[in-house]
Design a protein around this ligand. Sequence first.
Ligand code: PLP
Length: 425
Amino acid sequence: MFSIKNHQLYIDQVEASELAKTYGTPLYVYSENKIRAQLDTIKEAFLNKYPDTHAAFACKAFCTKYMCRLLEKEGFWLDVVSGGELYTAIKSEFPASRIEFNGNNKSDEELIMALDYGINRFVVDNPSELYHLEQLCLDRSTKANVLFRITPAVSANTHDYISTGKKDSKFGIPLDDDILYPLVASAIKSEAIHFLGFHFHVGSQLHEVNTHLSALEVILQLILSTKERFDYTISDFNLGGGFGIKYTDADQPIALSAFIDPIMSRLEEFCNSHGIIRPHVSMEPGRYIVGEAGVQLYTIGSIKQIPDVKTYVSIDGGMTDNVRPGLYGAKYDACIANKADYEKNTLVDISGKCCESTDILIKGLSIPEPQFEDILTVFSTGAYGYSMANNYNKLQIPAVVIVKSDKHQLIVRRQSYEEMIEREI
Ligand code: PLP
């Protein structure tokens, strides 16, 4: 995806500094070829290798009409978690038959919107959601496909804030017998619910499969006990997302097949040994599909040298366009696009322009000597960057550009000041 010519960084065959000049900074840039390459890997390692499977994109990672249309053409599903994400899908004419709805507090309004559009399935997160969904279905004489998101009580080797399968989690239904089984029973017998099976999402940015495998053991027991207690066969299992990517050299991501093969082989072995038909299997990765495909471009502004302490290099964005470093200490790598092969002889902190001391994008970054108006490129910002963007300090949400080979195209306009205040009465 990257190359260097005449000291300039290229994204596919487009010069990064040229994009900065054309569209202004801060700017989100995505390589469509890289996104497609990730989708192809999912096809190869999962969809084409194992029958009776599907893959959804956790669109929270980068929810745009462009992305919905690309996924639609490639045969992928969409995992939405809010009315806003669903609205984006609807406006992109994404087929309802390939939409699933996650989230721990879906409102009646959101459930109705999803029922009206006729989405494929709901991943129910708690007992009250099941109750509300059932009532809404009864009112409409319709039936909803439902999976239960289970809290498998496993800890993931990742940042605490993105470890979601622990017992103490706001997500999912706990394993306690007196909570889970009555819920399974009522879903099975409800005339408004078609109970499909179980779902987990154990955490994000994982570099080994053990957490998924531990959670899988929980699901296998649930498949068995649902059969034994209710004589009911589970038809679906969703293994979530969480496959890690490379943000910095400290990350050693494993191949997608190193997640999928052990999970599928354990599932198949278990089903064979218990005479159970292997359920349909789905996944819902986010960052794996778009994380490494995106970079952010910034223009360097003030440079503050504090003798014997450090150098702060300020850029024209910050925690408004990438909140992850401030939110949970996420680490990134970066370079100066117009000095891409210069010697990295200066140690700096990259600071955003927001009025928060924690608005430091990268600590201890080695770059060539920075100058006013150099273009900083931050790598692997494709997931949870644009989608988490906010207007703190009334900074504008940046534009998004797609690069494809030697072409580039604007897919989201930079927010104007008028747009920023137009809802204010
Ligand atoms: N599924 C669920 C339920 C999630 O909460 C998330 C992330 O928050 C994902 C999938 C996607 O995770 P990732 O982007 O790490 O693949």
